[in-house]
Design a protein. Structure first.
Length: 105
């Protein structure tokens, strides 16, 4: 039987990243990603020269990625999300998640 890890060694539960709601990153060529750390555009979700930002930001891909984050399924969201430090963009509070789920945010 394995010993339990000391409390300090237990990693914190990863929350949903606020970047998926708050920080569309538009590159000079119009490419849009959801993360300020995504310099290689692994989480590219569109291009504003082709599709309006509102459409990209409210589209099916981001809604699926947001749901995946809220449910703790980070591998089912953008490819960069599994290797992110998740602290850079901030986190979604339980209240904001509840409001988003209710269609208010």
């Amino acid at each position: 039987m394995s010993k339990p890890l000391p409390l300090a060694a237990v990693p914190p539960t990863r929350p949903a990243c606020a970047g998926l709601w708050d920080t569309p990153m538009v590159q000079v060529n119009g490419d849009v990603t959801v993360c300020c750390l995504d310099e290689h555009l692994l989480n590219k979700v569109g291009n504003v020269n082709v599709t309006p930002l509102r459409e990209i930001w409210q589209g099916a891909t981001l809604e699926a990625w947001r749901n995946a984050h809220v449910e703790g399924r980070f591998a089912d969201s953008g490819p960069y999300c599994t290797s992110c430090n998740w602290r850079s963009a901030g986190t979604m509070s339980p209240e904001r998640i509840a409001a988003w789920r209710a269609g208010q945010a």
